[in-house]
Design a protein around this ligand. Sequence first.
Ligand SMILES: [Zn+2]
Length: 422
Amino acid sequence: MKTAIVGKIIPLVPTMPEEFDGYVIVEENQIIDVGIGQPDGYFDKVVDGPKQVVIPGLTNTHTHAAMSMFRGVADDLQLQAWLEKEIFPREDKLTDEIVYWATKLAIAELLLGGVTCFADMYFFMDEVAKAVSETGIRACLSKGLVSFSGEKEIEVGRAFCQKWQGQGKGRIHTMLGPHAIYTCPPAYMEKVIRVASDRHIPIHMHVSETKKEVSDCISKNGGTPVAVLNKLGAFEVPFIAAHCVHLEDEDMEIMAKKGVVPSLNVSSNFKLASGMPRVEAMEKAGLKMTIGTDGPASNNDLNMFEEMRWTSFCAKVTGNPQSVPAYRALEMATKNGAHAMGWKNLGIIAPGQIADIVILDYSSPRLNPVYSCLSHVIYAGDPSDVMHVMVDGEFVVWNRKITTFDVQETIEKVNEFAKDFA
Ligand SMILES: [Zn+2]
């Protein structure tokens, strides 16, 4: 199967123009050619349209997909009160079946919003992996670990990695998911880190999300979460650090040196009044930032267009409008995310890359006139602009409709379960 996609291409390849009228040729699950002008030769399918803009698939590096079940159930609270009073008691009532359907609901939202790959940390992860497998999306999955569930859960998390790594025709990667330093204290983290380094498994963890997390960690453990984790050896394996709202300069230095990848989740941080990450300082420190939404109960959506824009604004608001321009924001939400989740040949539009591609429709009044397609992706774009989505060479969204599963059935199932969570 050979497909030609024609339109304005934004390849994110430094040696190519930032955007150009051209084509992308996909064969099986790979991009085999990218060029300026019209494609030449025979194709099984040609995807052409007057206002098409072609970008790499968006990558969401931190979420809890099944928390779509709790979207809007409790708003306007700070993180600790929100978690302890509203979320944990409801999570106690979750079942494998509910997690499966709630994850599918989130996957529908992600795909329709141009997200081709996401990093998830939750529980009943076999169900999440099953949903990923069936729906055609790509994901990096980790079982959430907390010390009060006991050390045997670390083994469950490891076994999950062993079972699912590379499954879903290679679309599933896995990590260990210790929740945070306040739920996984140093003695417990030591054991997680030992498993991670013995088995070469990356780690996905919440880091320095709130001021309280940092000050409690300093008083209990004698250092910031980053300093403590570094001392324990956590950064000797690839590491996604979600949030990173309250980093000291020294934390950034450590993270840059160790290649720790922040996942910025700005709208969740704003909504839960956790604070604003120092994006420009992180950029200056040389951190390879990525972008995530956090769970849909604290955001309250999985809108990566919004997150890209907010991340860029967070960098600018301290006084430098040139910080995190559109190109950089899109890199964070595509290439950087793909690499952080373990796919090194994913995230740009170039020959030899895996074909995760999003085709946007620029016919909306909001996207006209067009002086720069790239500018609109970041500063005016919206999930409703997403027309077709290809993951691993397959169209999983075509004409704004999911092709791989019944979204209406999914919505009805989740609404039925929701009656028990009000
Ligand atoms: Zn989170």
